[in-house]
Design a protein around this ligand. Structure first.
Ligand code: WT7
Length: 635
């Protein structure tokens, strides 16, 4: 790894970086204001968030800021009415942001489309009208299986505008996963695209949709709206499939915005719960809006001249909160990129920063480690001097990647905001602010209005420097309002350690109150910032006809952070079907990829006669992990 450290300098994680004076002078939240924010939040927690809510427009104000009378169900802003799209889009059409760029989109081939707030507003209204004409209304679910293209943002906003609920299934998930989510959501309409470009290849997304819907419930996905992105050869099934562009042609550029109760659902988003089974997290119009807006304005320090480049796909929570809603709520300009981050070569992201003059770059550690592997000459050959803030999210960044990002992307001049949060939290929870002292590898302190702690299994705070479980002590506005159709699983987050939200991460806190995230504490893998339950991978393996039993653990990986290792008990006939264990293993890897999608990477497969289990039949992954660390079979 290229480092140019002074010999004898302390290790990265013991160093502290100070913000430049200009960063402090120009920050949206200056030092005295941050002190005041912490003071107010400690003295009056709801009062702090009420102030944040007053930064937005409401059709009716709340009867109370927070109803916490029935924990663990928390209702933010009960009685209030609004629609997140009113604040993210409609209101801009009446103020100076009307003709400002909302969205800059770049296709993988370098094609570019730009939308002002006004243009985005009109496009969203047309789709809103079309969805209404298809019979979609308040509370109905609309499934989105979309690549990173402008119509994806349009579809999210149009769904929310009419009070329907978007259920995004990331386009890297496989057909079976899509089917399960469409069935679970009972979505009458699915919006997708013919395909998209990634890594120089045309990905035929519509073919996956056709496969996924082939055995879906008969009452779901009655209509499939298809955006023409590539013009590739696809199968349009009449009368189910309709082209987006045909639908919109006849629609009005004006559409009424449905006024929602603050607690009504805005979207569902699937993630692996703490048990490893996919769960749909539910977020609301009111609380989520306040959390997304406030954190984007304060943490990302957004200014009218900013161009925010969020590399996350819109289909993940990062894309929802800081790629779409946060930026639009603050009237910012956001860049959306369609393709592979290293295509056609490793300077692609720096080239995008250069081309549009991006000022904020928000990426994942996996991406940063990929850039790091190619070396500093790639960002160096591009003018990325417009950058003023860097962000990271999704997995531990670590001091080495932190230093590389700081030096080679940030020219030792841009604060690195390593933001810790989750699909469930909806908004950043732990993060430095642009004015904070920075420690490479740390996610900083809890943000004002966020109560975080590191505790032992009985809920007792552990002393500084010691590892424990990361918990959140008080409700926060961006929090999930529930898990779709599973109250017990929602309650489980609060029952593991009674009274607090159990995040599922291991962490320590230092003497200064800075948090250091060490990874998951449960049966969840984090592959390139994507949370994948070991149980999901095990179920996929067990669906293979020659697998009798399977267990999965995480292996550390230099780039992806973590990859999966599978321990498989084969059924006796496997040897008749495969030449050798290697052929069997590669078929198993391909099988998991087919079942779950390319984001699930199984690096190694070991064949076993049996798996270590508890008396009650639970797999002892701990034993498998110990065996792995010892470098071989222990039993
Ligand atoms: C899990 C949540 C929130 C967007 C992306 C992931 C890990 C998240 C960090 C960070 C270390 C992090 C945690 C967390 N994680 N951010 N800055 N440093 N780990 O969302 O799929 O819901 O996963 O990602 O383990 O619990 P998600």
């Amino acid at each position: 790894m290229p480092t140019t450290e002074t010999p004898g300098a302390p290790p990265a994680e013991e160093r502290v970086f100070r913000p430049a004076p200009s960063t402090v002078i120009e920050a949206n939240v200056k030092p005295a204001e941050l002190v005041e924010a912490y003071r107010l939040a400690a003295a009056d927690h709801p009062g702090y968030w009420e102030q944040a809510a007053l930064e937005l427009e409401w059709h009716r104000k709340w009867d109370a800021v927070l109803d916490d009378s029935r924990p663990p169900v928390y209702r933010w802003f009960p009685g209030a009415r609004t629609n997140i799209v009113h604040n993210a889009l409609d209101r801009h059409v009446h103020i100076w942001t009307k003709n400002k760029l909302a969205l800059i989109w770049e296709g993988e081939a370098g094609d570019c489309r730009k939308f002002t707030y006004f243009e985005l507003y009109r496009e969203v209204n047309r789709l809103a009208g079309a969805l209404r004409a298809l019979g979609v209304g308040r509370g109905d679910r609309v499934c989105l299986y979309m690549p990173p293209i402008p119509e994806t943002v349009v579809a999210m906003l149009a769904t929310a505008k009419i009070g329907a609920v978007h259920v995004f299934v990331f386009a890297g998930y496989a057909a079976k996963f899509l089917r399960e989510r469409v069935n679970e959501a009972g979505a009458k309409v699915l919006v997708t695209a013919d395909g998209f470009y990634r890594g120089g290849k045309l990905i035929n997304l519509k073919a996956v949709v056709d496969e996924g819907l082939a055995d879906a419930r008969p009452d779901v996905a009655e209509t499939v709206v298809v955006v023409r992105r590539t013009g590739g050869d696809i199968d349009m099934q009449e009368p189910r499939d309709l082209y987006y562009h045909d639908l919109l042609r006849q629609e009005s550029p004006e559409a009424a915005t449905e006024i929602m109760e603050a607690g009504e659902p805005l979207f569902w988003l699937p993630t692996s719960g703490t048990t490893g089974k996919p769960k749909s997290v539910v977020h609301s119009h009111g609380g989520y809006m306040v959390g997304a807006h406030h954190t984007f304005r304060t943490v990302f320090d957004i200014k009218p001249t900013d161009i925010h480049f969020c590399t996350a796909d819109p289909g993940w929570i990062t894309g929802h909160t800081y790629g779409v809603y946060g930026p639009l709520l603050t009237g910012a300009t956001v860049i959306l990129y369609e393709g592979h981050p290293l295509y056609p070569q490793a300077d692609r992201l720096p080239a995008i920063i250069e081309r549009y003059g991006a000022t904020i770059f928000y990426a994942t550690p996996t991406l940063i480690r990929m850039l790091m592997r190619y070396g500093p000459q790639y960002p160096k050959n591009r003018d990325i001097s417009t950058l003023r803030l860097l962000g990271s999210v999704g997995e531990p960044l670590g001091p080495d990647a932190w230093m590389w990002l700081y030096k080679h992307i940030g020219r030792s001049n841009c604060p690195v905001l390593d933001t810790w949060w989750q699909t469930e939290t909806g908004m950043a929870m732990l993060s430095p602010m642009p004015i904070s002292l920075l420690k490479p590898g740390s996610v900083g302190k809890a943000l004002p209005g966020v109560a975080a702690d590191v505790v032992d299994e009985d809920g007792r705070p552990v002393p500084p420097g010691q590892s424990g479980f990361l918990v959140l002590g008080k409700p926060w506005p961006g929090m999930l309002t529930g898990l779709a159709g599973d109250d017990a699983a929602y309650a489980a987050y609060w029952e593991k350690i009674p009274g607090v939200y159990f995040a599922g991460d291991l962490a320590r806190r230092d003497e200064d109150g800075y948090f250091w995230i060490q990874g998951r504490a449960d049966d969840v893998l984090n592959i390139a910032g994507h949370r994948i339950g070991t149980a999901e991978v095990e179920a996929a393996l067990c669906s293979h006809r020659f697998v009798a039993d399977a267990a999965v653990i995480g292996l550390p990986d230099k780039i992806k952070g973590e990859v999966a290792k599978a321990f498989v008990v084969p059924s006796p006939q496997w040897q008749e079907a495969y030449a050798d264990a290697d052929a069997f293993a590669s078929d198993l890897r391909a099988h998991v990829r087919r079942e779950l999608g390319p984001i699930v990477i199984v690096r190694a497969v070991a064949l076993r006669e049996s798996l270590p289990r508890t008396h009650s039949g639970k797999i002892l992954r701990r034993v498998l992990r110990e065996e792995e660390e010892a470098g071989g079979k222990l039993f």
